[in-house]
Design a protein around this ligand. Structure first.
Ligand code: PEP
Ligand code: MN
Length: 337
């Protein structure tokens, strides 16, 4: 339930409503916009809405049939802009993230990051714990990998994005990473999402391999439920009958999500297509559709990559992508910060 307060409602009237709702067993979250203050009431309790409707300062009440409230645009009409040490995602900003699929060695990260930093990328990605389909594939360097990406990112004044796979790893990620990524396979690991909702760092939530947009936003709701407001959604392709590409990149998810939610949505055309030559056109498509960020896999020597080489760009290809996107963004009212 969302309680929309009158533009002239006083702070005391907002307080009274919050007290009343909490007394009835709901959790409340307040969104203060330029004109309206909106109180979100979350909980499975029942209430006679007329009791709230007649309170001073209340304009109207919106009953939400979807299970997500905090993630909804009704709750927060203005775009959320996630700011990671000056790199912005959402609103008028498109954040650029690049780096290899997995951290392999200091030399590999250094070679790649050096070129990316020259291009202008400020967020360095790389997996330390890899969710591999086969248990026999390279599983990542673990904490050693996190130390490497941190050191290299600091050297080039970049911030670190890396995937956390389970609850026991959270402390390590809080220590070494600036953005924690929840991978497609963990999108509905609700225990992990709940624990991450206490973490005060931005989180990238990837769309599950076969998840609907509603399910995805409900997972975002878990992350928002305990105060972490810095959630970035990431469309990374969904499983369809089409086998010409690794996944089917759902570009339409961008405007759909932007209508339903205030959260920024970025696009990962690397996992979305699985093919290097499709990454540039689909990045352009994402930017044209209004994406709030683009995350791409880049490797200094893709043919030697331990993971996802065929979808990784050469650093010089990425340079073209970055510059094309920079030229396109003003057409959709955005810029790279
Ligand atoms: C990744 O970004 O490294 C990754 C494993 O992606 P996804 O979870 O989308 O498969
Ligand atoms: Mn990958």
């Amino acid at each position: 339930m969302l309680i929309v307060m009158n533009p002239k409602a006083t702070a005391q009237q907002v307080d009274e409503v919050v007290k009343f709702i909490e007394h009835k067993g709901f959790q409340t979250h307040i969104s203060r916009g330029d004109v309206h203050t909106v109180i979100g009431a979350v909980g499975d309790k029942t209430i006679d809405m007329r009791d709230v409707e007649i309170m001073d300062g209340v304009d109207n009440i919106i009953k939400i049939s979807t299970s997500y409230k905090l993630a909804s645009r009704t709750f927060k009409p203005d775009d959320t802009v996630v700011d990671v040490k000056g790199v912005k995602f959402g609103g008028g900003y498109c954040g650029m993230i690049a780096g290899p699929c997995t951290i392999e060695s200091y030399e590999q990260m250094d070679e790649t990051a050096k070129v990316l930093a020259q291009t202008g990328v400020r967020v360095l990605r790389g997996g330390a714990f890899k969710p591999r389909t086969s248990p026999y594939s390279f599983q990542g360097l673990g904490e050693e990998g996190l130390k490497i990406i941190r050191e290299v990112a600091d050297k080039y004044n970049m911030v670190v994005a890396s995937e956390v796979m389970e609850i026991s790893q959270i402390d390590l990620f809080v220590k070494y990473a600036d953005i924690l990524q929840v991978g497609a396979r963990n999108m509905q690991n609700f225990n992990l999402l709940r624990e991450l909702s206490y973490v005060k760092k931005p989180i990238i939530l990837k769309r599950g391999l076969s998840s609907t947009i509603d399910e995805w936003l409900m997972s975002a709701e878990y992350l928002l439920s305990d105060g972490n407001g810095d959630v970035i959604l990431c469309e990374r392709g969904i499983r369809t009958f089409e086998r010409a590409t690794r996944n089917t990149l759902d570009i339409s998810a961008i405007p759909v999500v932007q209508k339903l939610s205030h959260l920024p949505i970025i696009v990962d055309p690397s996992h979305g297509t699985g093919l290097r030559d499709k990454v540039l056109p689909m990045s352009r498509a994402a930017a044209a559709a209004g994406a709030d960020g683009i995350m791409v896999e880049v490797h200094h020597s893709p043919s030697n990559a331990l993971c996802d080489g065929p979808q990784s760009l050469y650093p010089q290809d990425y340079d073209k992508l970055f510059n094309d996107i920079k030229v396109m963004l003003p057409l959709v009212g955005k810029q790279i910060n």
